[in-house]
Design a protein around this ligand. Structure first.
Ligand code: SF4
Ligand code: SF4
Length: 331
């Protein structure tokens, strides 16, 4: 019988991925927003110097104890990260002492002037289009500006099964943009009232090929990493396969309870309250209350980091695509 025994991520060993959610406020109100994303409780960390300092302590530890020399920080939400007033300062400062690449995932609703004034230190942009509230002309204008400036951008259209025509109308507007930046269309699943069964056959066929526009062949070659052709290698007892995207989830091979998982060394989340966990939000540090936004972070961290090592997966199901591709092995 074929049995999956190990997954090895294709992300280089020297790279640490960090998703950073600096705020839990948003100017949109999407029905499918993930519960717990827009709480309006923490708002955002006020002391950005403290945040930068504590980030550096974290990056130093990964650099000197775990060989990480390249940090990909994806500043995202929910919560809309452009509402964090210290975003630009943070991006500028965090690059000074470490090799950091910054991606901003935004709903693209800020005015063009905001993008002109606040994004000089951001390397990549995912412009997420949410049909209900997006000012679509401004969204397209912002994408054109960033592309013209030479920034690395991609638009992501969230396709809501119940509002399909509105989503298609947004795509139509994007197709008429001045420049041919890439566009992907993606189903909304794992959201209140929406799962893969919400989509009819025609919609599923449309979503089979998520890339709806690609600039040109040269762009593909330059962006192979982002297209993530293969995200991990799956080792079976009798086979080895490079795989991508929702492979494990669609094959129902995303059940890793009891496996040894390297999420603590490959992919982190820093949540709205400053809590640092694995990307699946499992605890990875000895001190579960460790917050990157705390005054006493350094003291607590120095005690807590001693335990930093792969964890034993406690979950019945690994349900988020990037988490499934984290390196892990059956024990
Ligand atoms: S834009 Fe994003 S964070 Fe804001 S409500 Fe919509 S899904 Fe949630
Ligand atoms: S749920 Fe977390 S710990 Fe479990 S396999 Fe997925 S990433 Fe690893």
């Amino acid at each position: 019988m074929t049995e999956l025994t190990q997954i090895v991520s294709t992300t280089p060993k020297n790279t640490l991925d960090i998703r950073f959610w600096p705020t839990d406020i948003c100017n949109f109100n999407c029905e499918y927003c993930f519960p717990g994303s827009v709480l309006n409780i923490n708002k955002f960390p006020k002391d950005v110097k403290l945040v930068v300092n504590n980030f550096r302590i974290l990056l130093d530890e990964y650099q000197f104890s775990h060989g990480k020399t390249f940090f990909r920080i994806n500043i995202a939400g929910g919560g809309e990260p452009t509402l964090w007033p210290h975003l630009d300062y943070f991006c500028k400062e965090i690059k000074k002492e470490h090799n950091v690449q910054i991606k901003l995932t935004t709903n693209g609703s800020r005015k063009l002037e905001w993008f002109k004034e606040n994004t000089e230190n951001i390397d990549k942009f995912t412009m997420s289009c949410h049909y209900k509230e997006v000012p679509i002309d401004r969204f397209v204008e912002n994408c054109d500006y960033l592309w013209e400036r030479g920034s690395h951008i991609g638009a992501l259209m969230l396709m809501d099964a119940a509002h399909w025509q509105e989503c298609l109308a947004c795509l139509e507007k994007m197709y008429k943009s001045k420049y041919s930046w890439p566009i992907q269309a993606k189903e909304v699943v794992d959201a209140p009232g929406l799962d893969i069964n919400s989509y009819n056959v025609k919609q599923l066929n449309f979503l089979k090929q998520p890339l709806k526009r690609i600039p040109d062949g040269e762009w593909i070659l330059e962006n192979l990493d982002d297209l993530q052709i293969y995200e991990s290698i799956a080792f079976y007892n009798n086979d080895i396969k490079p795989v991508t995207s929702n492979y494990y989830i669609s094959n129902r091979e995303n059940y890793f309870k009891g496996w040894r998982c390297s999420v603590s060394l490959e992919n982190l989340v820093i949540a709205h309250d400053g809590k640092i966990t694995g990307s699946c939000q499992e605890e990875i540090f000895k001190d579960a209350n460790l917050s990157l936004f705390d005054d006493n972070f350094e003291d607590k961290f120095n005690r807590s980091k001693l335990d930093l090592q792969p964890i034993i997966c406690p979950r019945n199901c690994c349900s988020c695509q990037p988490d499934t591709h984290v390196s892990k092995e059956k024990i």
